[in-house]
Design a protein around this ligand. Structure first.
Ligand SMILES: [Fe+2]
Length: 345
């Protein structure tokens, strides 16, 4: 296998390629370094087949969209990833061929709900789930320390001890570790039970810089220009949430709410379908089309998307524009479909 880490920094991007076919995959490419990736791919005579984000990143803008546009590579993320324009949604146990290489997906939520790890040959790419002598924070962007503990101890630590570990970040100059070393030496995990881990992760007291929120929202929505005035974290945290079951009950009531779907048109008609009688206004068009929605300013509005993330952004924007009764469908069309509720396509 042809293998390189390409960034030489704290944030890691990995190139994997099949030596026979020269088909390649990039794991966690960052937007600022796309030119470098193009040069490296050309130097090795590789054809980029897959670009895989291990999760929705909060610390940098993803390079996946640029690489797809430039090279026609397919973008791969977990099915819980909130963004539109993902070519291949994957789930636990799925295999991704790259020439004669096989990459196996492990669903390892916790850092985010869409975190995956990727196994191939003697190594595993752990994203921000398991770091070298650390773990990724689990205190925002849908993080869940208990789920993270389970992902690490049940899935990653079930791999052979000699498996090489390549994380998405390292802040101390390490290049890799092994599963066995992390079991023995990771200070967050060694000898720590689940409850103690959750307690530790909930009390790290790390700051939430505003810039991180900008990267996160751009990556969650695949909107890379300034067309959407992204709300701040406090504005987002005030958005009311309704579950799929609660929404179904309200649709059946005497005064059904306006169902505002903010996905892209291909998603509205796609695999997950849409809730009957919902109105489509893609997030990118929302600010320019509020006049159409003005009659609903004092009425109930439920905002809907794929995973309930873009719609939370839209709900916060509408609230800021004076819409008084806006709520977000928690878990979006993924939860709606998982609950077996009716859809149209
Ligand atoms: Fe991350």
């Amino acid at each position: 296998m042809l293998f390189h880490e390409l960034n030489r920094g704290k944030c890691k991007t990995y190139l994997l390629a099949c030596p026979e076919t020269r088909k390649a995959a990039l794991i966690d490419p960052i937007k600022d370094k796309v030119d470098r990736y193009l040069a490296v791919l050309a130097y090795y005579g590789c054809q980029l087949d897959l670009v895989i984000d291990t999760h929705t990143h909060a610390d940098h803008r993803t390079g996946t969209w640029d690489l797809r546009d430039l090279l026609g590579a397919r973008v791969v993320m977990h099915r819980r990833a909130p963004a539109p324009h993902i070519d291949v949604h994957v789930d636990d146990g799925q295999q991704l061929p790259v020439g004669n290489l096989r990459i196996t997906v492990l669903y390892t939520p916790g850092h985010t709900p869409d975190s995956i790890s990727l196994c191939t040959e003697d190594r595993v790419f752990t994203g921000d789930t398991l770091l070298i002598r650390g773990t990724g924070r689990a205190d925002f962007a849908g993080g869940d320390p208990g789920a993270q503990y389970d992902s690490i101890t049940h899935k990653l630590f079930a791999l052979p001890d000699e498996t090489l570990v390549f994380p998405a970040h390292d802040y101390r100059g390490h290049t890799h570790s092994t599963i066995g070393e992390e079991k023995r030496l990771n200070p967050r995990l060694a000898g720590r039970a689940r409850e103690a881990y959750v307690e530790l992760m909930n009390n790290l007291g790390l700051p939430l810089p505003d810039k991180i929120q900008e990267a996160l929202q751009a990556n969650q929505s695949a909107i890379e220009d300034d067309s959407v005035p992204f709300p701040s974290l406090p504005q987002l945290s005030q958005v009311r949430q309704v579950t799929a079951a609660e929404l179904q009950a309200r649709i059946g009531s005497g005064a059904p709410p306006l169902l505002l779907d903010v996905r892209e048109p291909d998603e509205f008609q796609g695999e997950l379908g849409h809730i009957p009688r919902s109105v489509l206004v893609p997030l990118q068009e929302l600010s320019g089309r509020t006049a159409e929605l003005a009659p609903y300013k004092e009425q109930d509005v439920i905002v809907i998307c794929r995973a309930g993330v873009r719609s939370a952004t839209a709900a916060a924007i509408l609230t800021g524009l004076g819409f008084e009764h806006v709520s977000n469908l928690k878990g979006g069309m993924l939860d709606w479909n998982d609950a077996g509720l009716p859809v149209e396509r």
